[in-house]
Design a protein around this ligand. Structure first.
Ligand code: FMN
Length: 240
């Protein structure tokens, strides 16, 4: 039976929940109290984004320190230095994920995927349909550039907030149907930025399946801002 008080993080690296200790190759890793507190929080949320503000309040809870993003960043880098084998990934917008890394030799894309997607010029959103109401679990920097939303504004929400009250769109019905049937689709949508500006977007939504089980794991949405194109078409039409 699996021991629930121990969480395997990666090869030869375990977190012992009750004692808040990290075991590396059978030895207790030397960590400071703050590093342990942070790791405890990250283990509780393993493979899920944790906001730096939550990290801050968890770690410095009783010290009356003022919220400071830099101190969180420094603490994370001190852990990376102390235990390089652990994978803590920075997400755009000030969240971090502790990834549980497979113990098999692993050349897969997935452990690095968030870092790679972060640098894409296309706005990208990933949702998790295995959580109630299919919430966003990741957005990249280009998504923030295009719509103005930060990760803390949108992680945990369903994408429907993006069309605000502009419900009367045929493409929404098509999109709903594709999501239900788990088939890829490209649609044009009227979305709205954080500042309420209309952003006409083409979004391609693809179901991402688990390689082993074939079950739906994520939805990936890739956006193109088509407002330039639409303005051009409008101008041409006006001239004809
Ligand atoms: C990856 C992904 C991206 C999506 N992008 C948008 C979007 O940009 N705008 C939007 O209104 N809905 C988007 N949706 C669809 C919404 O989640 C929702 O299904 C749709 O807005 C219809 O709303 P309803 O579920 O209330 O019927 C997206 C869904 C997924 C899985």
């Amino acid at each position: 039976m699996e021991n629930k008080t121990i969480v395997k993080l990666t090869r030869n690296c375990y977190w012992h929940i009750e004692s808040s200790n990290l075991l590396l190759n059978g030895q207790e890793a030397k960590l400071t109290a703050s590093q342990k507190k942070l790791l405890g929080l990250m283990v509780k949320n393993i493979n899920k984004p944790v906001l730096n503000v939550n990290i801050f309040f968890e770690v410095w809870e009783n010290l009356n320190k003022e919220y400071n993003e830099k101190s969180v960043r420094n603490l994370i880098s001190s852990i990376r230095k102390a235990v390089p084998i652990i994978s803590i990934i920075n997400l755009y917008g000030g969240s971090y994920i502790l990834r549980q890394v497979s113990s098999e030799p692993n050349y897969e894309f997935k452990d690095y995927s968030f870092e790679i997607l972060d640098q894409s010029k296309n706005a990208i959103v990933i949702t998790n349909p295995n959580i109630d109401d299919n919430p966003i679990i990741y957005i990249n920097g280009s998504f923030t550039n295009l719509f103005g939303y930060l990760a803390e504004d949108v992680v945990g929400k369903n994408c429907r907030f993006m069309h605000k009250n502009d419900n009367d769109q045929l493409s929404l019905e098509e999109l709903r149907l594709s999501l239900r049937n788990e088939i890829p689709i490209t649609v044009n949508l009227r979305n709205y930025a954080k500042n309420n500006q209309l952003i006409c977007t083409e979004v391609t939504v693809s179901p991402i399946l688990d390689k082993n089980s074939g079950k739906l794991k994520y939805f990936l949405g890739i956006y193109t801002d088509v407002i330039m194109l639409q303005t051009l078409v409008k101008q041409i039409k006006e001239r004809i």
